[in-house]
Design a protein around this ligand. Structure first.
Ligand SMILES: Nc1ncnc2c1ncn2[C@@H]1O[C@H](COP(=O)(O)OP(=O)(O)OP(=O)(O)O)[C@@H](O)[C@H]1O
Ligand SMILES: [Mg+2]
Length: 376
């Protein structure tokens, strides 16, 4: 407690009451009180109103305006008991008012009530702060879990995607070994083979780039111009094998070379991968399996549509589709976060992600502005 009073007699009465019960410091003027309050950070301030220089009202006003002291309670103490004075005290932010002369036991009891209150507020605040931190932490972990689950699903396919071209390179190497001992050496054949090797290496590099892109967290990336075609290629390289293995036909339409949008490519890729992954899962049992991706420019936006041969989503599931943790997949096969994260990403791009309920097939539409308006 910080006791503020200019009269030694009052100081003595108050401190005698608090003695051995409550820890206190003493100030005998307004400015001294403010200095001491800022270094001592008292839970409670017993503040005399009538003081030469800065009066109690002004001290109270300044204490309440100081964010560092927002947890300090103020009880104004005065010889005047007029209602106007009391109201003026509350108007400058005082928490309570006491009139002199007071009964020491009551002063102590009241001080203890406010100290309890102040301590509770402090605890509450600390709890909130640590909860905030934990929530953010959990959120980040979940987003990562969803990504890794999507990636895990593709892992087999990706291994295959890399293994096939590696096999090609191995075969060509064997072949070249035999070729070079032949006379005369057919330069054309050798050159052709080397070309195949270098193209295959490029292919593997693309796959690795896709993987690297995807496993990175792009949420802090700047919005940069990127060709949609490139983003799509980086994405498809991760799921082409999954599509192939399930016998799903991939239909691409309108993915022109000149479609460039200002975006976080990593995140857009993440949305597309989830949409294609979802589509592929949804139609696994259908006899007719296709996934179609198309893009077109509408005004200032690029509309990217991901449709599949499924026949839409029943109305009761539609409402929950974009909610976190809504999944119809078995435990371990889906987190139910894919669409909610995707929608979040679309919105962070000032775009949208919606289910097209007019389409007879299941169709999601991702709309992204070509240019990012600078956030105000
Ligand atoms: N193309 C689709 N056709 C039918 N149902 C779909 C389609 N896309 C999503 N859904 C439904 O929406 C649910 C939620 O999708 P979401 O991507 O949010 O999570 P998930 O795919 O279940 O899990 P994760 O994305 O972590 O793999 C899916 O479980 C599925 O029931
Ligand atoms: Mg999903």
């Amino acid at each position: 407690v910080l006791v503020v009073d200019d009269e030694p007699r009052n100081q003595r009465i108050i401190t005698e009451a608090l003695e051995h019960l409550i820890e206190y410091k003493l100030a005998s003027s307004g400015s001294e009180a403010l200095d001491l309050a800022r270094s001592y950070l008292p839970d409670l301030i017993l503040l005399d109103i009538m003081m030469p220089g800065m009066d109690g009202y002004e001290v109270c006003r300044q204490i309440k305006a100081d964010p560092a002291l927002e947890l300090s309670k103020v009880i104004l103490v005065s010889g005047k008991a007029m209602i106007e004075e009391r109201l003026k005290g509350y108007a400058v932010g005082a928490d309570d008012y006491m009139t002199k002369p007071f009964i020491p036991e009551e002063l102590v009891a009241k001080a203890q009530v406010f100290l309890r209150l102040s301590r509770l507020e402090r605890d509450q605040r600390e709890l909130n702060r640590s909860l905030d931190g934990k929530l953010l932490d959990t959120e980040l972990k979940l987003v990562n879990a969803a990504k890794m689950s999507a990636l895990g699903e593709m892992a087999g396919g990706i291994a295959h995607e890399i293994n096939t071209p590696l096999g090609t390179i191995g075969m060509i190497a064997e072949h070249l070994k035999d070729l070079v001992i032949e006379e005369p050496l057919d330069k054309k054949t050798v050159t052709d083979m080397i070309l195949v090797v270098s193209r295959t290496v490029t292919r593997i590099a693309t796959i690795i780039r896709g993987l690297r892109t995807f496993s990175r967290d792009g949420s802090g990336d700047p919005f940069e111009p990127a060709p949609l075609k490139q983003i799509l290629e980086d994405t498809l390289v991760l799921c082409r094998e999954k599509l192939k293995q399930s016998g799903t036909e991939l239909r691409l339409e309108g993915i022109k070379d000149d479609l460039i949008l200002q975006c976080r490519a990593v995140q857009v890729s993440q949305v597309l991968l989830n949409l294609v992954g979802n589509a592929c899962d949804a139609i696994a049992q259908l006899p007719d399996k296709w996934v179609g991706i198309s893009a077109r420019v509408v005004g200032e936006q690029i509309e990217i549509s991901v449709a599949d041969s499924g026949s839409g989503i029943p109305p009761d599931a539609r409402a929950k589709l974009f909610q976190p943790f809504f999944t119809t997949k078995e435990i371990g096969l889906g987190t139910g976060l894919g669409l909610s994260i995707s929608k979040g990403i679309a919105e962070a791009h000032q775009g949208s992600l919606e289910l097209d309920v007019e389409c007879p097939n299941t169709r999601f539409v991702l709309k992204l502005p070509i240019f990012q308006q600078a956030a105000l």
